[in-house]
Design a protein around this ligand. Sequence first.
Ligand code: THU
Length: 160
Amino acid sequence: MTKTSTHQEFEVLDYQDLSTAEQNLILAAKEISKKAYAPYSNFQVGAAVLLEDGTVLKSSNQENVSFPAGVCAEHLVLSYAGANFPETAPNCLALVARKKEEEQWAFVSPCGICRQVINEVENRFNKPIKLLILRPDGRVYSIPGIAKLLPLKFDDLNSK
Ligand code: THU
């Protein structure tokens, strides 16, 4: 039997160790999370994207009474980026979440569909997107690209 490993390690940084642009991206994600429409889960997510030209775009999650019709914050902001800035690659995506009316930030990590969405955008621009995910302890996962969150990812219909 042959085995292969997909073990991953994740870098955890103090907020102060982020660049100013990255700190601002986390702040933008925190700010937009307050505008979440999340009456069913009360889980308010904020995502902010930094494009390569310095543009910052933000979105919160938008839920629906028919739950699968809801849209995650990072899916929404990446779709907006692709629709409005089709020539401009996203460099970095910050993600934060907290339960409504709670002080502490929650653990959050992109769902499977969002991982595939992030992968598509990376492939579209042939460039990894750095993911910054705020942890409940205030530190930040810094993940150099979606490959770390999506082992054995599917992205080529014609590979042999
Ligand atoms: N959600 C996001 O927006 N992004 C994530 O990374 C995780 C989950 C949303 C979906 C739903 O509106 C709520 O959080 C609870 O799952």
